[in-house]
Design a protein around this ligand. Structure first.
Ligand SMILES: Nc1ncnc2c1ncn2[C@@H]1O[C@H](COP(=O)(O)OP(=O)(O)OP(=O)(O)O)[C@@H](O)[C@H]1O
Ligand SMILES: [Mg+2]
Length: 397
């Protein structure tokens, strides 16, 4: 380690003495010592500023700028204020001066003529202190760099994570769109092939043609809307909130569902409050209802007796209830807690993805600020004992 000691005295003979004395000191092996001399205060200050000084041995009685003044300036600069100062002065100076020197921040105060037995151990001590401080500074620097590196790495990782999350939410979105598209695509295909077949056999009536085209058009519109909705949902766009009539929105959703429900002899029984207006996201709600109704449809498919789906809306003090009930037999109690989990399905054979209710749950909770719950219920309708699942959606007013 390079150690520089600055000696300041207007008397060259004193500087020589100090140099011999210092050069004679037995320092640790790694110390590379240099004694720099200055014969006046100005030189001392400029050297102290430029060089990395470990210790200053400073004479007090000097012409122009005395040692005290030099010390005062040294204390003023951040570059030099921490350099230890040892004052040297002629023995006849008073105790007062000694106090003044210490008050200025000097570490020590020695009398001339120099007594090596006193000065040498002190110099050794200061040099030792300096090397320790230096080491500390260095390890601080290393630590700071390590912290910087760690922070940098962390933010890099965060960026990667963000990208990964974006990808996975895009993947999820595509999965959701695919899920939401299966049904309308099959309706469109059924309607189109129906028209072709009837045309082949010369059975195609105008009313049938128009009805089929309307079905295709409605479902195609729904397809394009789902993409926009999902994009908005992922972007977190909440500005497209609108006030809508709940009954009208449910009817819209039945427009999409009805062809398939009729085909399967399923009857939808409505009890809708006409007066309910909601300020929310109607498309998210329609998607949710379609998912729930599709599940009812799946549950009712194999049933021999009458197949019912009941949709009821109610206005309470604080919220609005949308209740969807079927008589499809209900959900086994051991899995009813899992139906909102992603990828939970019992329809492995019919290629259920298990995303329907999970999406619905997220849309209702995050998109519409509401809640959804499910339980099984038993009731009697038109003399028929019914059992099925009942979903309750609660939306804030
Ligand atoms: N009305 C219902 N009656 C009986 N079981 C139901 C009903 N609704 C949901 N379930 C059960 O909950 C499970 C999860 O439903 P979810 O809609 O999330 O997925 P899925 O219908 O299996 O698959 P996908 O929606 O992709 O076709 C279903 O597999 C079914 O076992
Ligand atoms: Mg489903």
């Amino acid at each position: 380690m390079d150690i520089k000691i600055l000696t300041v005295d207007d008397n060259q003979a004193n500087l020589d003495t100090l140099r011999f004395l210092i050069n004679d000191i037995d320092f640790e092996d790694d110390v590379n010592l240099e004694v720099i001399e200055a014969t006046n205060g100005n030189d001392a200050l400029s050297i102290a500023l430029k060089k990395n000084i470990a210790l200053i041995i400073l004479d007090i009685q000097m012409p122009i700028m005395d040692g005290f003044e030099v010390a005062k300036y040294l204390k003023k600069s951040s570059k030099t204020k921490d350099i230890p100062i040892v004052f040297l002065t002629a023995a006849f100076k008073s105790e007062e001066m000694r106090e003044y020197g210490l008050h200025l921040g000097a570490f020590d105060y020695f009398l001339k003529p120099i007594d090596p037995l006193i000065l040498v151990p002190k110099i050794k001590l200061y040099i030792h202190l300096y090397s320790i401080t230096n080491e500390l500074k260095n390890s601080n620097k290393i630590l700071e760099q390590k912290i910087k590196d760690a922070i940098e790495q962390n933010s890099k990782m965060e960026a990667q994570l963000y990208e990964a999350e974006k990808l996975s939410s895009m993947g999820e979105m595509i999965g959701n769109i695919a899920h939401q598209w299966r049904q309308p695509l099959s309706v469109i295909s059924t309607a189109a092939t129906g028209v072709i077949v009837q045309h082949e056999f010369n059975m195609l009536k105008d009313t049938m043609l128009i009805e089929s085209m309307e079905t295709i058009d409605k479902n195609a519109q729904y397809l394009s809307k789902t993409i926009d909705d999902f994009r908005d949902f992922i972007k977190g766009d909440s500005d497209e909130k609108v006030v809508f009539n709940l009954k009208e929105e449910i009817e819209k959703c039945l427009d999409i569902e009805n062809p398939i429900l009729k085909q399967n002899n399923m009857e939808v029984i409505l009890d809708l409050d006409e007066s309910i207006e909601i300020n929310s996201f109607p498309n998210g709600l329609v998607q949710s209802l379609i998912n729930i109704i599709n599940n009812s449809k799946d549950a009712l498919k194999e049933k021999k007796e009458e197949k019912y789906i009941f949709i009821t809306t109610k206005k309470n003090d604080k919220d609005i209830d949308i209740i969807i009930k079927d008589n499809g037999g209900g959900i086994p109690e051991n899995i009813i807690n899992k139906v909102f989990e992603p990828y939970f399905t019992t329809k492995h054979q019919s290629q259920g993805t298990g995303l329907g209710l999970h999406m619905t749950y997220n849309i209702i909770k995050d998109g519409l600020n509401g809640s959804i719950s499910v339980k099984n219920t038993e009731y009697n309708y038109n003399g028929l004992d019914c059992k099925g699942a009942v979903f309750t959606i609660k939306l804030p007013i």
